[in-house]
Design a protein around this ligand. Structure first.
Ligand SMILES: C[S@@+](CC[C@H](N)C(=O)[O-])C[C@H]1O[C@@H](n2cnc3c(N)ncnc32)[C@H](O)[C@@H]1O
Length: 213
C-alpha cells in the first residue's frame, strides 16, 4: 500500500475512530510521564508516533520501509525517523523509557527476537499493538487490504513471548479494543460499554513493565 493511501485511511471516519480508540487504549496502559522518551518501532507513516509526540514525549521512530519513512518525515520534521529493523535495533541498552510497536510485530516472522530487542533498549515499558485472531476483525479482514501478509496473534501468544524475556517482566497487562470493526453508531456504542480486559477486540494492546516503579 502507498504511504499516502495508508495515512489517508486514518482520516476517514472509520479510520479516525479506530486510530483514536487504539491510541487511547495504548496511553492508558503506558502511563508515560511528560518528557519521557519513546521509540516507536515499525512506525509506518508515523500516525501513532506523532500522537505520542503530541503528548509531550520525546519520540524517535524506526521502520525498514524507506517510502513510509520519507512520507512520515513530510508530516513531522521534529521527530527523529531512522531506517532499520526491529530484529536488530541500532540503540544502546535501556536507551528509551518506553518502546511501542503498533501493528508492526505482526509483520515480523520472528516476534520473539524483535521483542527481545525492544526489551533490551527499553528502561521501563514496552507496549505492543497486535491483530487479534479471536475477533470479528479477523473474520472480516484476514489477509485483505493493509492486513495482507500479517500474522494474527492471540493473548496467549503474547503471554508466551513475555515469559522468555530477560530480565523477567515485572507486570503484564493485556487489553483489547475494536470489538465491532464496522465503526457505525451501534459499534461505537458497544465499544464504549465493552470491558477492555476481554481479549476479543480486533486490536490487542499488550503492556510489559520492567519493574514495579
Ligand atoms: C501496518 S504498518 C503499521 C504502521 C504504524 N505503526 C501504524 O500503526 O500506523 C506495519 C509497519 O511495520 C513495518 N515493519 C515490517 N517489518 C519490520 C521490521 N522487521 N522491523 C520494524 N518494522 C517493520 C512496516 O514497514 C510497516 O511500516
Amino acid at each position: 500500500m502507498q504511504p499516502a493511501d495508508y495515512e489517508a485511511w486514518y482520516h476517514t471516519p472509520r479510520g479516525e475512530w479506530i486510530g483514536t480508540t487504539e491510541f487511547s487504549l495504548l496511553c492508558n496502559l503506558l502511563q508515560a510521564n511528560t518528557a519521557d522518551s519513546l521509540l516507536d518501532v515499525g512506525c509506518g507513516t508515523g500516525y501513532f508516533t506523532r500522537h505520542f509526540a503530541q503528548q509531550g514525549l520525546h519520540v524517535s521512530a524506526i521502520d525498514p520501509d524507506t517510502a513510509m519513512l520519507a512520507y512520515a518525515k513530510t508530516l513531522s520534521a521534529d521527530i527523529a525517523y531512522l531506517q532499520g529493523s526491529a530484529l536488530s535495533l541500532p540503540f544502546a541498552d535501556q536507551q528509551f523509557d518506553h518502546v511501542s510497536a503498533i501493528t508492526s510485530l505482526c509483520f515480523i516472522a520472528d516476534p520473539q527476537q524483535a521483542l527481545h530487542e525492544m526489551w533490551r533498549v527499553c528502561r521501563k515499558t514496552v507496549v505492543l499493538g497486535l491483530l487479534n485472531r479471536h475477533s470479528l476483525l479477523f473474520l472480516q479482514k484476514n489477509n485483505r487490504g493493509a492486513y495482507r501478509g500479517a500474522r494474527w496473534d492471540a493473548a496467549a501468544d503474547a503471554q508466551n513471548w513475555t515469559k522468555q524475556l530477560v530480565p523477567p517482566v515485572a507486570s503484564v497487562a493485556i487489553r483489547s479494543a475494536i470489538v465491532m470493526p464496522g465503526g457505525n453508531a451501534i459499534a461505537r456504542g458497544i465499544e464504549s460499554l465493552w470491558p477492555s480486559w476481554l481479549p476479543l477486540g480486533g486490536f490487542l494492546a499488550v503492556m510489559m513493565r520492567k519493574s514495579a516503579e
